[in-house]
Structure formats: C-alpha cells, structure tokens
Design a protein around this ligand. Structure first.
Ligand code: NAI
Ligand code: MG
Length: 376
C-alpha cells in the first residue's frame, strides 16, 4: 500500500482517572510510529465516561454509535469514578459498545516478557506465552434474569446465561485459526460437567469446528482446574477459548501471572467488518493513583500496538512491542511509584525507541502482533 492508503481513522475515548494519562503516553508512541513507519492516523476525541455522565447524563447514545461506526478502530482508556454507582458505566456503555459493534472476541495475550516481575516463583517467559479468547457478547453478561420477592427472606434471583450456536461458533473458529497459526493446542475452558446445557453447546461446537482444523490438537479443562494449572503450568496452554464470564475471571488471573494490571493489554475484535474493533488496557480508572503520574502506560501502549496490527501496520506494532518490552525490562516494578519513571517519561522513552528505529532485542516466542495482522 502507498502511504496515501494508510490513513487510519481512530476514535479515542480517554475516559476517567488514569485513562487520560495512559492514553496520552500511548498517543505519543503512536505519533512516533507514524513518523517511523509512514502511515497516518486521524484522531477523533470522544468525551465519555463517569465525568461525562455526571455532567450530561449521557452514556451510550445512538448518535455516538453512528459517530464511532465511521472509524477504523477505537482506543479506550478506562471508565469509572467512585461517584458513579458500580454497573452504570459497565452495562450502560462498555457492554453496549461491545454488543453494538459485535466485538465478538476479547483477545487477551498472557505473555510473560523477559525481566518482568511475576508473583509466580521460578516462572520463566518460555513457559508463559498463551492467548485467551473470551466470548465477548453473550453468556451471563447479556443481562437477562429476574428477581421475585426482592428484599424479603423469600427472594429468588435468576441470572441467565445465553449461548447461541452462532455466537459460540464464530469465537471458536477464530480460536482455531489462531491455534493453527501458532501451531499450538486449542483448549476449551468451561464447566460442562455442571453447566450441562451451555457446556454441551460449547463442546459440540468445538468438536464440529475441529474437523475443519485437522492439524490443531484439542484439549478440554474445567475452569476451576484451569485456575490451578494457569499459575502452576502455563506452558500447558497456547490458545484457550472460553465463555464471557469464565473469560472475565481467568484473564485477570492471567494478567496477575504476566506482571499485573500495568502491562496487560486486550483487543475487542469485530470479526465481520460490521463495526470498529476496540483496544484497551485491562485496568480500570485507578482513582487511588489518578493525577500522580504513577500509572504504568505499557498496557495501553501494547493495546495501541494491537490496534495497529489489526489495521495492517504489523511492522509498527512489532516495533512498539519490542520497544515497550525493552523499557519494561529495565523497571524495578511494573506499577506505582517504585517504577522509577512517570507515566509520561515511560511513554517518551518508548516513543524515542520507536522513532529512532533502534534495534532492540527480538521478543522470544509467539507474537500476538503477527497473529492480529494475519487474522484481520
Ligand atoms: P483498577 O484496575 O482501576 O485498579 C486496581 C488497582 O491497580 C489499583 O490499586 C490501581 O492503582 C492499580 N492499577 C491499575 N492500573 C494501573 C496502572 N496502569 N499502573 C499502576 N497501577 C495500576 O480497578 P478498580 O480499582 O477495581 O476499579 C476502579 C474503577 O475503574 C472502578 O470505577 C471500576 O468500575 C473501573 N473499571 C473500569 C474498567 C474499564 O474501563 N474497562 C475495567 C476495570 C475497572
Ligand atoms: Mg474483568
């Protein structure tokens, strides 16, 4: 492609707390990547989040949906404030965005980069290099259910999990394509011995799709067992596919193992081109440290790299990842004041490496940047 084709329209939602701080750092790195790799971005800043909601009463609106739809991708900081009751932004904005744009896959790399401090004693990067593929629009998160006799001793709350064959199949197929590319095993994580209805649908879908991917070995692990294996023998996994609720839980476990909230990145991928995909660090707005310049921006920076890979800028994505990993390895801690550098300084260091084209050591193991560039 000529550089004239390589203009990417990005919507940026900074949000609240440390969201704007880590996005600032990520945009500095993005600007460096543009000048080093010859593409351009056109950025639309979108006001949304707790502060915006408190000021305007607005959450997800049809007008915002239409505005965002005209973009190639969305970069998302974080939303949340103690002044807004839990659930309002999650259900009223984040889940609406994922559903409206059919961001069917939540992709979460669990890769321990060299030099990063992990709480698992003795764990090495070669042993921890997997991707979790979480179903992102269905399951227990559809918000279906009801309560009768609320507030009385006879209260009964029913919370439903909705699993459609179509919704499961598209995610499972993506996971198989990923496992095929990586030459690894696909592991289904569920609780099919107890959640029989949903579990049968997931397992039979995996069995059927498996026939189209004869070279991919298939495994199954109950979610509780996975919580034991993931910290103790992560090398057992390469691609894990799971439902929305289990995925929410095990990806946080994965983030802890790979060095914490400061470094973990994610993609919310639309698979059919009907809407933009969204990229975000997995941490929240961290009101306890907002405004201090202590937030680690690497999660947001790696999410930006994933965004670029998805947009076809694989070289820039890999360069950003390499620069971030190089800088990360020099930090005494991956979050907080003990990092020794401010959020902005870390962004600048990574941006400088990207801009200078300095060759930093290659990252060992699988590259989710290559995966995203290939599977888009
Ligand atoms: P959190 O992820 O914001 O913070 C948890 C802890 O990790 C805090 O002590 C925080 O200081 C620390 N931390 C998080 N990210 C960090 C970073 N990049 N560098 C250094 N330290 C970091 O989760 P919490 O406290 O449960 O939620 C705070 C708010 O964020 C709530 O309103 C919550 O609803 C919202 N939230 C929003 C998310 C999103 O926008 N996708 C995801 C998770 C929470
Ligand atoms: Mg979560």
């Amino acid at each position: 492609m000529t550089s004239i084709d390589r203009i990417h329209r990005l919507a940026v939602i900074r949000g609240d707390g440390i969201g704007p701080e880590v996005i600032d750092a990520a945009l500095a790195v993005l600007a460096a990547a543009e000048s080093a790799f010859g593409f351009r971005t056109e950025i639309t800043e979108i006001a949304a989040g707790a502060q915006h909601y408190l000021a305007t009463g607005e959450l997800w609106t049809p007008a915002l949906q239409e505005q965002l739809r005209s973009h190639d991708a969305i970069l998302f900081g974080a939303m949340g404030d103690p002044a807004v009751a839990p659930g309002i932004l999650e259900r009223g904005f984040i889940l609406e965005m994922r559903r409206s744009f059919q961001q069917a896959v939540n992709l979460r790399p669990v890769k321990l980069y060299p030099g990063v401090v992990t709480p698992i004693a003795g764990l090495t990067p070669e042993r921890c290099d997997l991707v979790i593929v979480r179903e992102n629009t269905e399951g227990a998160y559809v918000g279906r259910g009801s309560t009768v006799h609320a507030g009385t001793p006879n209260a009964v709350a029913v919370q439903e999990s909705v699993n459609t064959r179509m919704g499961v199949e598209r995610v499972v197929e993506f996971a198989f394509r990923l496992a095929e590319r990586r030459g690894g095993t696909l592991t289904l994580c569920h609780k099919k011995n107890i959640l029989v209805e949903a579990g049968t649908l997931w397992q039979s879908t995996v069995d059927e799709v498996s026939a189209r991917f004869p070279t991919v070995p298939v495994d199954y692990v109950h979610v509780d067992a996975l919580c034991f294996y993931l910290p103790t023998t992560p090398e057992r996994f390469n691609v894990v596919v799971t439902d929305n609720l289990f995925g929410d839980i095990i990806t946080d476990l994965g983030a802890a193992i790979q060095g914490g909230l400061g470094v973990a990145a994610s993609a919310n991928v639309n698979l059919d081109g009907s809407g933009p995909s969204m990229f975000e660090a997995i941490h929240g707005s961290a009101p306890d440290i907002a405004g201090r310049g202590w937030a680690n921006p690497v999660g947001a920076i790696l999410s930006t790299a994933m965004c670029l890979a998805h947009l076809g800028e694989g070289d820039a994505a890999r360069a950003i990842e390499a620069a971030a990993v190089h800088v990360l390895a020099q930090l005494p801690a991956t979050a907080g004041p003990a990092m020794g550098f401010s959020t902005a300084q870390l962004g600048q260091k990574i941006a400088e490496l990207v801009r200078s084209g300095a060759s930093v050591a290659a990252i060992p193991g699988y590259s989710v940047m290559d995966d995203l560039a290939a599977l888009r």
